[in-house]
Design a protein around this ligand. Structure first.
Ligand code: HEM
Length: 218
């Protein structure tokens, strides 16, 4: 065996480790983005003028025009990095499914929810970002008009819980991997994480209702 080939396993596992870190860092960045995004959009519940002022701030500083596409790239990069672990072939999917049923292991089920939601979020998230970012500036009236059309209301009713579940499970898994959740603290962390996920789903739902019933100036 040549020196080169005997070095290969070490190299590939180092590369794998690096890609794992990049996957986690891109995921952590998207979790922070999503928490901020939900709170910022929810400002419409307090007042549509607040939402307009926040959107204006992001656009006048160029953060929406530059940051928006960067979030889009981070979103795609995160998918490509995470896709290394997804079973795209039927055989692999069957194996994971039967293991999850056999083991009745909560974390394995959570992994399945994360993998399935990832596929749907990839498509719906990309459509959403395209529609919003190609129709700047963002205003409460434009968002409300979209949601009152009906299609986008249903679209967000599907995307919202999927994103929040994905973010919640992702946060838990990063905590376990980085070691800030110890094995005896997993139960309590999961409960708190579920509450946070539920809180964001409620905030998002109330925001959608606010858009639905907002008077749009003619
Ligand atoms: C820079 C990128 C993004 C911008 C500028 C943005 C902007 C917005 C805006 C203005 C709304 C209000 C509804 C509308 O106008 O149609 C909204 C809603 C929403 N966005 Fe985004 N978004 C971005 C990225 C994302 C991503 C990556 C996701 C998840 C994959 C996401 C998920 C949602 C959801 C679920 C709603 C419904 C909100 C709710 O229920 O309160 N967005 N977004």
């Amino acid at each position: 065996m040549s020196v080169e080939s005997s070095l290969m396993p070490g190299r590939s596992s180092r590369l794998d480790g690096l890609l794992d870190w990049m996957q986690m860092l891109s995921g952590a960045g998207l979790i922070l983005f999503m928490w901020a995004h939900m709170v910022l959009v929810a400002s419409v519940v307090v007042s549509p003028e607040w939402m307009n002022a926040i959107a204006h701030f992001f656009e006048s500083t160029g953060m929406a025009q530059v940051g928006g596409p960067l979030v889009f790239l981070l979103f795609l990069a995160h998918f490509v990095l995470a896709a290394r672990k997804l079973p795209f072939h039927l055989e692999g999917q069957k194996t994971i499914w039967s293991h999850a049923r056999m083991m009745r292991h909560g974390d394995t089920w959570m992994w399945i929810v994360q993998a399935v939601s990832a596929m749907i979020i990839l498509i719906m998230g990309a459509i959403h970002m395209w529609v919003v970012l190609t129709d700047l500036p963002i205003t409460a009236a434009k968002s409300a008009a979209r949601i009152q059309e009906g299609f986008w209301f249903v679209f967000y009713l599907v995307l919202l819980p999927l994103v929040e579940l994905h973010v919640g499970i992702g946060f838990y898994r990063i905590g376990v991997k980085w070691g800030f959740i110890k094995s005896n603290g997993r139960g309590i962390f999961k409960k708190r994480e579920n509450l946070l996920t539920l809180a964001f789903i409620i905030i998002g739902f109330v925001t959608l209702l606010r858009f639905m019933f907002l008077d749009i100036p003619q």
